[in-house]
Design a protein around this ligand. Structure first.
Ligand code: NAD
Length: 541
């Protein structure tokens, strides 16, 4: 038995590769893109380490070329969800009792496999299946994913070493037990790294999971399952069950062994899950931990002292990278009248330069939105704005779903600060701007704080640093991640722990020790060295 006392230091962040033409990473990625483009693979469920086929099939298509089928996948029914619960419960004891350093080393091996041998495989599947260009795939399915794995090992190391004081004659310790039951990891389409982390954060702390992937990110998620197995994650520790959310949720949430939900997705889905847990609360063996990162209506607040060119650039990148499908994407902006013309011109210039299309052409900055339902929803909102007297589409507005689900980068100018697209999350490349009179800045701040139910990300642009501080204070609860003179996207693990409150989630900060703490239930142990034998108080003796 290895009896070393071991700590893992904080790692360096995984460097983002350049993908310059002719670079080794570019050659490997191009080859892998070509290889995967020619395949239509079959994706089974993976329960207790075994491939399970149900025959109830769904399709994985390229969002930018939706006739192209990349894979078919088997969907779990109620029976398979129960099988997955049984497998997770069976693996629970052994995995929870595996030395934490062994669990850590398995996660570190998974990180190294993705950083090296499987980088091109995971990135290409994310590009093709989720329509990300190579930069967006690299920062997600390689770097952020690797950082989550490596940082969580270091944070676990810190947590396990947090111990209470011992008084004379006694030795105190705290044991960090995994939760008593399984964790349901319900993952979103938009970040492969988040899909991985919603499983691997609880797994690091000794838990076992049921993984319900989004039906539009199954390709990259399936390849990840294979990497986890190669890294040494034992059978039954993560059970991969694609399928309909309502079917999986119904069975998993009715199980007395549900110990937690690790969720990222829309607020409405999380409200539904929370309600179901509430309805079942007296059936569970333990109060389930509910951790959810949900929607956003992320803002840029522009102060009259701001640099208009920097604002235009941040608004453009923050709103349109990955077709606006980051939970942190800038989707509303408050701009003073004195700067609006310059900011608008800056955005127009960039929108003219930008190319939109499939992921195989590296010059395409904007790719497709994820699926038809999302396309229709965004197109409808743009149409609504075009027809409304309270708004004007000032940039873009074109939508075309013949080949892929393409929406042009679009800017809506709202005359009414409560216009629909100022308030509701759209999840597409659409930025709505409200222009305020410079003298009414206090009112604009109040609008920014109260207009939407969310509190995820936001930023202020101001060259007057004291003014920026005042805005930061006025918007204290409007964002869990706040930026000064930067776009509200692009949080990096270990540098800006991520998450928001209000309707944006439980703010347990993915990629931090706070999050890992939710996946343990502590036991305090006091050992008395010499047990007393007299019941008398000292003054009675
Ligand atoms: P979604 O809510 O549609 O789906 C999320 C997951 O929930 C999917 O796997 C889906 O199949 C599953 N699901 C749906 N109904 C279910 C049910 N009844 N029971 C069990 N599972 C169910 O979200 P999405 O479209 O995949 O992702 C986009 C959303 O995610 C946006 O709202 C975005 O803001 C949010 N998001 C938030 C963060 C964050 O950190 N706050 C990060 C990424 C994405």
């Amino acid at each position: 038995m290895n009896n070393s006392v071991f700590t893992y230091p904080l790692p360096a962040n995984e460097p983002v590769k350049s993908y310059l033409p002719g670079s080794p990473e570019r050659i490997a990625l191009d080859k892998e893109l070509e290889r995967q483009s020619k395949l239509t693979i079959e994706i089974p469920l993976i329960i207790g380490g075994k491939n399970i086929k149900t025959g109830n099939l769904g399709k994985v298509v390229e969002p930018h070329n939706h006739k192209h089928v990349l894979a078919t996948y088997h969907k779990a029914g109620e029976k398979e969800v129960q099988m997955a619960i049984n497998a997770a419960m069976k693996a629970h004891k052994e995995w929870g009792e595996t030395p934490w350093t062994v669990r850590a080393n398995i996660l570190l091996k998974a990180a190294d496999l993705i950083a090296g041998k499987y980088r091109a495989l995971i990135n290409a599947s994310c590009m093709l299946g989720q329509s990300k260009n190579m930069f967006q795939a690299e920062i997600d399915s390689a770097c952020e994913l690797i950082d989550f794995l490596r940082y969580n090992v270091a944070y676990a190391s810190e947590i396990y070493s947090m111990q209470p004081k011992s008084a004379p004659g006694q030795i105190n310790s705290v044991e960090y037990r995994p939760l008593e039951g399984f964790i349901l990891a319900v993952t979103p389409f938009n970040f492969t790294s988040i899909a991985s982390n919603l499983n691997m954060a609880p797994v690091m702390m000794g838990n076992t999971t049921l993984w319900k992937p989004s039906s539009t990110s199954i390709l990259s998620n399936y390849y990840l399952m294979k990497v986890f197995a190669e890294a040494g994650v034992p059978a039954g520790v993560v059970n991969f069950i694609p399928g309909q959310g309502s079917v999986i949720g119904k069975v998993a949430l009715a199980s007395p062994d549900l110990a937690g939900i690790h969720f990222t997705g829309s607020s409405s889905t999380f409200y539904g899950l929370w309600k179901s847990v509430g309805m079942n609360i007296d059936k569970y063996k333990t109060f389930p931990r509910l951790v959810g990162e949900t929607g956003g209506k992320d803002f840029i607040f522009v102060h009259p002292s701001a640099d208009a060119e920097a604002v235009a650039n941040a608004a453009f990148c923050g709103a349109f990278e990955f077709a606006g499908q980051k939970c942190s994407a800038a989707s509303r902006m408050y701009c003073p009248k004195s700067l609006w013309d310059k900011v608008l011109k800056g955005m127009e210039k960039r929108c003219k330069e930008v190319k939109m299309g499939g992921v195989m052409d590296p010059q395409n900055f904007v790719n497709a939105v994820i699926d038809e339902a999302s396309f229709d929803n965004i197109a409808k909102a743009i149409e609504y704005a075009k027809k409304s007297k309270d708004a004007q589409v000032v940039i873009g507005g074109g939508c075309d779903k013949k080949v892929g689900y393409f929406i042009e980068p679009t800017v809506i100018l709202a005359k009414d600060p409560h216009f629909k697209t100022m308030e509701e999350e759209l999840f597409g490349p659409v930025l709505t701007v409200y222009v305020y009179e410079d003298k009414n800045i206090e009112k604009a701040l109040e609008l920014c704080n109260t207009t939407s139910p969310y509190g995820l990300t936001g930023s202020v642009f101001a060259q007057d640093r004291l003014a920026a501080e005042k805005v930061c204070d006025a918007l204290r609860y409007s964002a869990g991640n706040f930026y000064i003179n930067d776009k509200p996207t692009g949080a990096v693990v270990g540098l800006q722990p991520f998450g928001g409150s209000r309707a944006s989630g439980t703010n347990d900060k993915a990629g931090s020790a706070f999050n890992l703490m939710r996946w343990v239930t502590t036991r305090a142990i006091k050992e008395t060295l010499v047990s007393p034998t007299s019941w008398k108080y000292i003054y009675m003796k």
